[in-house]
Design a protein around this ligand. Sequence first.
Ligand code: PLP
Length: 468
Amino acid sequence: MNKKVHHEGDGLPLFRQIYLRFRDSIKEGRLKPGDRVPSIRALASELHLAQGTVEAAYQLLISEGYLVTRGPAGTVVSPQIKSAPLKPLPIKSEAPQQSLIHTGETPQPLQMGLPALDAFPTKLWNRLAYRALRHSPIDGLIYPDARGHVSLRNAVAGYLGVSRGISCSPGQVFIVAGYRACLDLICRSLLHSGDSCWVEDPGYFATHHFLREAGANLVSVPVDNEGMIVQSGIQRGSDARFAVVTPTHQSPLCVPMSMPRRQSLLAWAHHQQSWIIEDDYDSEYRYLGRPLPALKSLDTYDRVLYCGTFSKVLLPSLRLAYLVVPENLVSRFAQIADTMHSHCPQLWQVTTANFINEGHFARHLKKMRDLYSTRRGLLVDALTSVLGSRLSIDHQVGGMHLVTRLAEGKDDRAIIAKAKSAGLSVHALTNWYLDAPSESGLLLGFTNVKDREQALFLATKLGQTIEN
Ligand SMILES: Cc1ncc(COP(=O)(O)O)c(C=O)c1O
């Protein structure tokens, strides 16, 4: 028997210590009724104990009704046992509590920000993933490159050149686990605590939360129908070190940033030597005319840090996004990425690279653009016929949700609470403001509205929550 184990006990015989570990795990809900426990032989070998010690502990647990034996199916936690629900993890500090954005719950109808889950080419994807698994060379077995897999960095650089007008080398591309991981890498590489940072108002709350947590001083800059009002930013804090913008489809208003605004933002950043973080999260979805080139494509002074994500064009569960940094920052970012070493699974990186390189991505995007255009039309028609003038819909050329306005006096926060009880997942526009909200409205995802009947059903349900 291993002497080391002996000395680590708290004076109790070893079989008793094992008994207590299992008993407490069962009582506290970490082991649930029906869960299988390791065989006596496997556990004895893992813990370097004699089999008789483990057997004595199991016998005691069985005699007290915690475990039952199931013959060849092994030993399991008794299905009759009552376990306590798991205790929630302690909450860090006295930070103000805000409700969690992502809880892994199945989304309700009208949820914004999700791609069409029924239209994802699952069979093809699984085939590519299986192929990547089978052909995994040595680099699939060792510590991966912290900057991302070379195949995906190449594929992203190629895609951005053709589709977004961005000329960059694969060396400038970093693959990270979602947009917030882009922000994380940027903040760890460039942000000093207390740096001022322009953010759009209204704007994406995850950006606001992240930057605040990272120690930035947020300067809210209002948005109109040409995007961020750069002049207001200059008045409120001309010396900011960062500006975060969503120039293709402003989040959440979906308006594109006008060319004069783009130019004045770039000129300000050049003059101030500040950084622009371009969040180009769903630029692929424009239904009228050609997609607008990225702000980064106009960045002759190299002040733009460009963020893109696969969450909207493939699946959010992949947790794959990319960041393009100016050439002169590459080694700094690489150093920090290497320190963080929080990778995206190589399997999904290689599968995504193959999906792009073999032409499936371009076909998928085209298909989704057509599908979303149809689904958007279905929801617009249904809302217009059911709600008429009680809800006005912004005219917008792209995006994945509708921006709608309520009649004066209607409280969007109260409406979304009622909508939630009715099984709808609707966002209140006022929740996206940092300063005093100027307008009340509802943000409605259309990407998963499958047909006319469903659109009418949802519009009717929504109408009832607005009226009550
Ligand atoms: C404005 C905005 N930026 C970026 C993202 C992408 O985030 P992620 O890559 O973490 O899925 C989203 C997703 O909802 C978004 O709304």
